[in-house]
Write a protein of this length. Structure first.
Length: 235
């Protein structure tokens, strides 16, 4: 039986684990969320120890193909996976959901720090994750787990998607939100905030994605399954 390593705790990674049959599939999660949603089948949690550690893991587990289904902003593990699979000659596929179609009142920036500078002085609804909140001075941040270190200047909402438009409208009104800050994560699970912002006439600041790696790239789970089963990967 061929062995496929799937990187990522995304909904696409879980869907791939549920759909892919006829392989030994290992799902690898980074372990940054305290209570992650686990995919079906074999799961490992935690880092590999850089490129060398991932190379050793691929060899020890006799991995025949790697699918990177991590979050579009998890560029470090993507770079490490590309380097490790290149070193071992392991077929490598990147599964990335498409970004959200841009709208006229969206302003794009390259980093979360730039976003924080742009919205300074306004009540922001910050949905960029818990790791880069220190630069923000006002508003409400939503994260799955509490940020470390905390930012006492921000109200904190702990919640996990998917979200509803009605819920996002209520949150934005309750916290008197003046601007939404988000990463271009794409997908339906967190898109309700964009609909709510449009309804309320609230501008949106979007952090651009890092550039994709020089590797085969697909946007859907069906394409990833096809890549694997047709023999482009581990078939």
């Amino acid at each position: 039986m061929r062995t496929v390593l799937v990187l990522g705790g995304t909904s696409e990674a879980r869907e791939l684990a549920a759909q892919l049959t006829g392989f030994r599939l290992i799902s690898s999660l980074a372990g940054r969320v305290a209570d992650p949603k686990l995919p079906e089948g074999e799961v490992r949690i935690g880092g590999f120890g850089g490129v060398e550690g991932l190379v050793a893991y691929l060899e020890a587990e006799h991995v025949d193909a790697v699918v990177d289904a991590t979050h579009p902003f998890a560029d470090r593990i993507t770079a490490n996976a590309l380097a490790a699979t290149t070193a071992t000659g392991t077929p490598f596929l990147v599964l990335r959901r498409p970004g959200w179609p841009p709208e006229d009142d969206w302003q794009y920036v390259d980093t979360v720090a730039e976003a924080a500078e742009l919205v300074a002085g306004r009540r922001a609804f910050i949905t960029t994750g818990r790791q880069e909140l220190a630069a923000f001075t006002s508003g409400v941040a939503r994260t799955v787990d509490p940020p470390d270190p905390p930012n006492p200047r921000l109200d904190l909402v702990l919640d996990r998607g998917p979200y509803t438009v009605d819920g996002e409208l209520e949150l934005m009104r309750e916290h008197r939100v003046e601007v939404l800050v988000t990463k271009d994560s794409g997908g339906p699970m967190t898109a309700a905030k964009l609909t709510a912002a449009r309804h309320l006439g609230i501008p949106v600041v979007v952090v651009r994605r890092p550039p994709p790696p020089e590797a085969p790239l697909v946007e859907t789970v069906a394409e990833a399954v096809d890549w694997l089963t047709r023999g482009s990967g581990a078939g």
